[in-house]
Design a protein around this ligand. Structure first.
Ligand code: ADP
Ligand code: MG
Length: 340
């Protein structure tokens, strides 16, 4: 600005800027909405998207619904039912706690929220756009909450332009939905894109079933179970047989304390363990769940970040490596040395 004067931004501009930090892409909207559904105790979540989530996102759950007295607050920034004080932040078991997601989503789209709270006879529908509630009305619906997000970023053209193609945005939503389904096999998840069912998990708590639904039968057949613990560390999941390999590392998934994360360290350990048994440029698949005391890790608490740092890299490396090697031996995969 020419005149160098400092002015306080008006509320609407400030909230659009803040919104961009929570929801940069359609996949981030889906992540927030699905995590809200899980926090609401849903056992079934249905996700529908159109045009890579740019034109239409619908997330329905059968969770506990929203208190009708609070409906005027759902799209307000820092409005949450999950924590009451800063102390709660460190003790909360819920996935969300900032009370920013719905406000951010609503600031940059047209939103319809329908909810039927346990114990109520009729549902409520809240219509809002650009951060402002337009109407709250009575509606017939089943228990739970549905949120429909239309025309994401319609009022922030710069952000809209920054999005990738419908296909690319759709792909990252599909990837995210896979992570969510694998980390919550206890929830039935139905996911479709442009009216085509992409996957449908059974929600019976079985990881194998979830892998089967998200990926395919070959992936299930090509892997076997791993389970190991050492002091406060625990590793569970599924890893490739030596004859089941992939052309990329895209199917090496890691969840730490139930959350999908990225870790170059673990990728390197997997590589080291498998290297003697794999051809060049072939990679194992794995779905690993590591449990570790929260005090031993730094997870960037920014909702968009998934990188994780371990306080003791050496310990994690040694534990995961030995767990993999033990599993190899257990399944008799390692070629035996024969003495003559
Ligand atoms: P946070 O999840 O951090 O609390 P959000 O903006 O995501 O903030 O949601 C605000 C509040 O709206 C939540 O605290 C919760 O009470 C309510 N809410 C949002 N989505 C749902 C849902 N699917 N079912 C029930 N309540 C919900
Ligand atoms: Mg939330």
């Amino acid at each position: 600005m020419e005149d160098n004067r400092i002015l306080k931004l008006d509320e609407r501009t400030a909230s659009k800027i803040a919104a961009g930090e929570v929801v940069e892409r359609p996949a981030m909207v889906i992540k927030e909405l699905v995590e809200n559904a899980i926090d609401a105790g849903a056992t079934e979540i249905i996700v529908d998207i159109k045009k890579g989530g740019k034109s239409y996102i619908k997330v329905s759950d059968n969770g506990r619904g929203i208190n009708y007295e609070d409906l005027s607050l759902v799209f307000e920034r820092h409005a949450t039912s999950k924590i009451r004080s800063i102390e709660d932040l460190y003790a909360t078991a819920s996935l969300g706690f900032r009370g920013e997601a719905l406000a951010s989503i609503c600031a940059v789209s047209t939103v319809e929220l329908i909810t039927l709270r346990e114990g109520e006879n009729s549902g409520r529908k809240v219509q809002a756009a650009g951060g402002t509630i337009q109407k709250i009305s009575e509606v017939g619906t089943s228990k739970g909450t549905t949120i429909i997000v239309n025309d994401l970023f319609y009022n922030t053209p710069a952000r809209l332009k920054f999005l990738k193609s419908d296909m690319a945005e759709g792909r990252s939503i599909t990837e995210l939905m896979g992570f969510l389904a694998l980390s919550h096999p206890e929830v039935t998840i139905k996911y479709s894109s442009d009216d085509k069912m992409i996957f449908h998990t059974q929600g019976k708590g079985s990881l194998v079933n979830a892998i089967f639904a998200v990926f395919d039968q070959n992936m299930v057949k090509g892997m076997y179970e791993i389970s190991d613990r050492q002091d406060k560390l625990q590793l569970n999941g599924f890893i490739s047989r030596f004859d089941y390999t992939k052309g990329t590392r895209a199917q090496q998934l890691l969840f730490v304390n139930g959350r999908y994360v990225k870790s170059d360290l673990i990728k390197e350990v997997i590589h080291m363990a498998y290297k003697p048994y794999m051809m060049n440029n072939r990679f194992p698949a794995c779905v690993l769940f590591l449990e570790i005391p929260p005090s031993e890790i730094d997870v960037n608490i920014h909702p968009a970040k998934t990188e994780i740092k371990f306080h003791d890299d050496g310990l994690i490396k040694q534990f995961v490596f030995s767990a993999l090697k033990k599993a190899f031996n257990l399944y008799d995969q390692v070629p035996k040395v024969t003495f003559k």
